[in-house]
Design a protein around this ligand. Structure first.
Ligand code: R5P
Length: 288
């Protein structure tokens, strides 16, 4: 049985179809004081408690974390044997170290909390694969980046797949391999604030070439808008943005549109205006 958090309803439905498993009815209520009550009424029938429940919930907000904890607890309460927690986008994963004295390791904190209600965890392209080690039960990191080749036009001219920093070049290579043509390279990025970055271009030739800028996540759009500006100044032809997690916080979509992006293609690990392709087939492989 597949159980969906409110942030992952489309992905959960696609996953249920991929796995040929029923999609549970879920109820999400809010009390007047703002507290949530996420429940799975279909699990109430003790005769029909499934052996395995797969809870699918991207933790895009603090409320989404609470919902997921409640859904896990509801499955435990119903006596489900195996609770698999799929966190397609793991919130707080980027704070995977204590970068300054006194800071928490937020990824570890949320992983510890989610571990209490999971027999197994599956996540997709966390910022660093090592965050999987923060979970107590076995945790699998699924690479869904090949999906990002699908929405790209077939007729890219002399394409280059660029990552804004060295850390994401693996994802750029994966998308290039799945696309079946093109070269890869990366820029050097220095973050100057929470929303601004500086990009130092590499020597790669981009003039008159179609460029796909590939990253694991677009959050404020600061990284991508800076990269698009550099590419534009160097005479790139069309510039596409591909990312696994199209978080697109605040006005990020508008920021990229104004920077001149041709299109933004993301997966449905985060459901929104740039969720062009589903991560479900890759997640389903990990769950079969
Ligand atoms: C960080 O290294 C990540 O890979 C992304 O580049 C970053 O999180 C994007 O953030 P923003 O869209 O706010 O620049």
């Amino acid at each position: 049985m597949i159980v969906s958090g409110s942030s992952s309803q489309s992905l959960a439905a696609t996953l249920a179809a991929e796995l040929d498993e029923p999609l549970a009815a879920v109820s999400i209520e809010q009390f007047p004081d703002g507290e949530l009550l996420a429940s799975v009424p279909g699990l109430a029938d003790a005769e029909r408690v499934p052996d395995r429940v797969v809870i699918v919930a991207s933790t895009v907000s603090s409320d989404a974390h609470v919902e997921l904890l409640q859904l896990q607890d509801a499955a435990q309460e119903a006596g489900v044997d195996e609770i698999v927690t799929v966190v397609p986008y793991m919130g707080y994963a980027r704070q995977d170290a204590s970068f300054e004295a006194g800071q928490p390791i937020s990824a570890r904190a949320v992983a510890r909390a989610l571990s209490t209600g999971a027999d197994r965890v599956v996540t997709a392209n966390p910022h660093e694969a090592a965050v999987c080690d923060f979970f107590d039960p076995p945790a699998t990191n699924v690479d869904v980046a090949p999906a990002l080749a699908e929405p790209l036009p077939d007729d890219l001219t002399d394409p280059i797949f660029l990552s804004p920093d060295a850390g994401a070049v693996d994802i750029a290579e994966t998308v290039r391999d799945a696309y079946g043509a093109g070269t890869t390279d990366y820029f050097e990025k220095t973050r100057t604030s929470g929303t601004e970055v500086e990009i130092a271009p590499s020597d790669v030739r981009v003039a008159d070439r179609d460029v796909v800028v590939v990253d694991d996540i677009v959050a404020t759009g600061g990284t991508m808008s800076e990269a698009i500006g550099v590419l534009d100044a160097r005479g790139a032809a069309r510039v596409y943005v591909s990312c696994v997690h199209p978080l697109l916080a605040g006005a990020a979509y508008t920021r990229l549109a104004r920077a001149g992006v041709e299109a933004i293609y993301g997966t449905d690990t985060i459901e929104g205006p740039a969720s062009a392709v589903s991560a479900a087939p890759w997640l389903a492989d990990a769950l079969e």
